[in-house]
Design a protein around this ligand. Structure first.
Ligand code: GDP
Length: 480
């Protein structure tokens, strides 16, 4: 709209006179400055073999557009520190390793600074910086990923040499693989008498993690997190892996990134730990974070020091938001505070509307769609069965199901018929009721029908499990 022959000439890299002539031949008589109709532009463009597309009004609430870095000019990119997540089975030494790295590589100028738990920290090693996400556990990892934040570059998989590959080790591997991050294996506790690092290596080959001297390409480092053995070698390997990945970002643009943690502080209001992924974040920047907005009032690093700006891969704690965002939310700096406020308010409004729409209760039939929209992190389930043994068996099996970071959350389980109280609880918690060898009382049945609570009755345990799993995977056959 408003485009004339001159504008078109610029876009098409042709003389304006030629455009006017072409238009004339198409039966459109205009001078160079007269604005053209949409159809005319389309026909003319087609004549030049180009498809004309109307420029869509930019959706200010859309944060994705800021993350589109594919068009970034190569020459603007500089290398950035790798972002590392440590994962592994419980008690295999994740916390010990993170603590050891943090304390042994704190920079001199920062020694003595207040060490804060802000969910992420940086260490300097051999004059290079590494960012660690201080959130052990793949639940947090996948939760963030489920919300759209893919911030981990490298996963360090900690496996205790005296314990070997355990269920959560395998889960961690699968989570890392799903996120497409390379895995560095840290075989930990090699100091222990019962340690058998070779056995760990052997076990891991089953999952495609094969060391270089066995013909694979996975980096293995034998460490003792507790006694600080080979930690430097592990850091060397992280830097090596990072170098291979050529991690880059443009520091000279408005910042975008993700929320690592957020909470409400009594005195300071909403406080969020942000990881900058592109650009540089400054104190005073107008910002939209998830469904919140504001202006960066204060910015501190993990040592509690006030800083004025944060470059790519730097975690910072900020204040100045109107509300508390959620871990995994993304943020973007806006051109001005007015637009940031408008975008933030609109995003919050939409989220609220979605939330309201969601109160149409979850059923196994709509579960998958709800999961897909990212509105669900767990499927609340109520179990009723004829005997205690079945209650437990069903509960245990259901809890083992995990799809796309969504898991079954047993909010109530008991022996007996499905009663009105079960239905009310299901309604309040947006839960599905599973009955095994039991049936609903007539009142419960009526109540459930009125409120559209999903009750599933089974006589074979594995069928009940299969049904839930299929629903979570979106494979449930519709029932007519
Ligand atoms: P996490 O659950 O994976 O975070 O494991 P922790 O870091 O809490 O460690 C669990 C236990 O293993 C603690 O008692 C640690 O002191 C111990 N531990 C961790 N690393 C080592 C190690 O390298 N050698 C020995 N002997 N013990 C370790």
């Amino acid at each position: 709209d408003g485009m004339n022959a001159q504008d078109l000439a610029k876009i098409l890299h042709r003389p304006a006179a030629e455009i006017v002539k072409k238009l004339f031949m198409l039966g459109v008589m205009v001078n160079q400055n007269q604005s053209l109709e949409k159809d005319t532009i389309e026909i003319l463009a087609a004549d030049y073999g180009i498809e004309a597309k109307e420029k869509v009004q930019e959706d200010i609430t859309d944060l994705d557009r800021f993350f589109d870095v594919d068009n970034e000019d190569e020459s603007h990119l500089v290398s950035r520190p790798p972002v590392v997540t440590v994962m592994g089975h419980v008690d295999h030494g994740k916390t010990t390793l993170l603590d050891n790295i943090r304390h042994s590589h704190i920079t001199a100028q920062e020694a003595g600074g207040i060490t804060q738990a802000i969910g992420a920290y940086q260490v300097k090693y051999n004059d290079q910086v590494i960012t660690f996400l201080d959130t052990p556990g793949h639940a947090a990892f996948s939760e963030m990923r489920a919300r759209g934040a893919n911030i981990t570059d490298i996963t360090v998989l900690v496996v205790a040499a005296d314990d070997g590959v355990m269920p959560q080790t395998i889960e961690a591997i699968n989570h890392a693989k799903a996120a497409k991050t390379p895995i560095i294996v840290a075989v930990n506790k090699v100091d222990k008498p019962g340690a058998n690092p070779d056995h760990v290596t052997e076990q891991l080959t089953e999952y495609g993690l094969i060391p270089e001297d066995w013909g694979g390409d996975t980096i293995f480092v034998k460490i003792s997190a507790k006694f600080g053995k080979n930690i430097d070698e592990l850091l060397d390997m992280i830097l090596l892996q990072a170098e291979v990945m050529e991690l880059k970002a443009n520091p000279n643009r408005r910042a975008v990134g993700s929320v690592v943690e957020a909470r409400l502080d009594q005195g300071r209001g909403p406080v969020a730990t942000l990881l900058v992924q592109q650009g540089t974040l400054h104190v005073g920047d107008p910002i939209v974070v998830g469904n919140t907005f504001g202006r960066v009032r204060t910015m501190t690093n993990e040592n509690g020091r006030r800083i004025k700006e944060a470059t790519p891969s730097t975690p910072v704690e900020i204040t100045g938001l109107n509300a508390v965002p959620e871990a995994g939310d993304r943020f973007a700096v806006f051109e001005d505070e007015k637009t940031a406020r408008a975008a933030g308010e609109e995003r919050a409004k939409r989220a609220q509307e979605e939330e309201r729409a969601r109160t149409s209760h979850v059923t196994l039939d709509n579960l998958f769609a709800t999961m897909k929209k990212g509105q669900m992190k767990s499927l609340p389930v109520i179990i009723k069965a004829d005997v205690q043994g079945s209650v437990e068996a069903l509960a245990q099996s259901l809890q083992k199901i995990k799809v796309d970071g969504v898991r079954v959350d047993i909010i109530h389980k008991a022996v007996g018929a499905i009663n009105e109280s079960d239905v009310t609880l299901a309604e309040a918690s947006n839960a599905v009721i599973i009955g095994f060898n039991v049936r609903p009382t007539p009142n419960a049945k009526n109540e459930a029908e009125t409120n559209r609570i999903d009750i599933r009755l089974h006589r074979v345990i594995y069928k009940a499990i299969e049904e839930v799993e299929d629903a979570m995977k979106g494979m449930l056959e519709p029932v007519y």
